[in-house]
Design a protein around this ligand. Structure first.
Ligand SMILES: C[S@@+](CC[C@H](N)C(=O)[O-])C[C@H]1O[C@@H](n2cnc3c(N)ncnc32)[C@H](O)[C@@H]1O
Length: 288
């Protein structure tokens, strides 16, 4: 686990907002709710459906599904990590909710449920943390009932704006060296964060058995003025509790002094500037 983030619950509650202004935190929260709502519209949840939230984290999808069912059906909170399930259970206990849900701790590559037992499988930003995505997608197919739906969202990080695209080589030492390394990092087939895109996901779904899965790309452009503390946070915050930060990734190629000088140059160049970033993601809507 990372030194600055002890587990997934902490990452979801704190680290994912690191460096954001209160206004940006609010925007991110609204955006997460909007993504959740699209997944749930796709899922067409019925009152007595068995709904499985895979990699539930802090329960973004599961809590809303539970609310939609009015606790009449069954929502299964599942995650590889117990801290996430404990956090969700605490919220349910505090709200006095005792029925309509179940908790299962398991990795999504081995879901602890029988074949054909679930009407709807939901997922948001989980495959992006798994190096080999095929076993996970095939496992989702296995647990779905015939006619059951898999509705998900995953960010396509390899098509995001890269640092070198928003920098000026005149103001950043070793710009070309860092550009080369950044591109190399994005092409690493063993890095779960960037070893896939919409077409590989579509192939994963088809191999699993989903016929004509709908994999829809959403391209988002965001624009904001870089604040003094943001650049450091981008570099030192890990993308998950168990993965290296961007700074740590660069340290595999350059010494500490060189990486810290690069971070300083990036910070000096970007602070106070308005930047425009592109980020792609996909919505999956697939039926067994
Ligand atoms: C980015 S969080 C997303 C959480 C939640 N789905 C949401 O939308 O807020 C990724 C989640 O995937 C879980 N996770 C990571 N690897 C997993 C695996 N192999 N199987 C199941 N869950 C996993 C983590 O514990 C974490 O809760």
């Amino acid at each position: 686990m990372s030194e600055i983030c002890k587990n997934w619950t902490e990452w979801l509650k704190k680290n994912r907002f690191a460096g954001q202004t209160p206004e940006m935190v609010e925007q991110t929260t609204r955006w997460l709710e909007a993504v959740r709502d699209v997944i749930l519209v796709y899922a067409e949840i019925k009152p007595y459906d068995v709904v499985l939230d895979i990699g539930t984290g802090t329960g973004l999808l599961a809590f809303k599904a539970l609310e939609m069912q009015d606790c009449k059906g069954k929502v299964i909170f599942s995650d590889k990590f117990q801290d996430c399930l404990d956090d969700c259970k605490k919220i349910l206990d505090e709200a006095g909710i005792t029925t309509g849900y179940e908790m299962i701790q398991c990795p999504c590559e081995h879901i602890a449920l029988p074949e054909s037992s679930v009407h709807k499988a939901l997922m948001r930003s989980v495959l992006v943390h798994i190096v080999n995505k095929q076993p996970a997608v095939s496992e989702v197919y296995r647990v779905l009932k015939p006619g059951g739906k898999f509705c998900a969202f995953e960010p396509i990080i390899r098509s995001n704006t890269r640092y070198w695209e928003i920098l000026d080589p005149v103001y950043v030492e070793k710009y070309e060296d860092f550009k080369k390394v950044e591109n190399e990092l994005m092409d690493n087939p063993l890095d779960s964060l960037c070893n896939f895109d919409e077409s590989t996901l579509k192939t994963n779904l088809e191999i699993a058995g989903f016929s004509i899965p709908d994999v829809r790309v959403q391209a988002v452009q965001s624009k904001y003025v870089v604040q003094p503390n943001m650049v450091k946070e981008w570099f030192v915050n890990p993308p998950s509790p168990d993965q290296p930060s961007t700074r740590e990734r660069f340290l595999k190629y350059f010494d500490e002094q060189t990486v810290d000088k690069y971070m300083q140059d990036v910070q000096n160049y970007l602070t106070g500037r308005e930047i425009q970033l592109k980020s792609n993601a996909v919505f999956i809507n697939a039926t067994k």
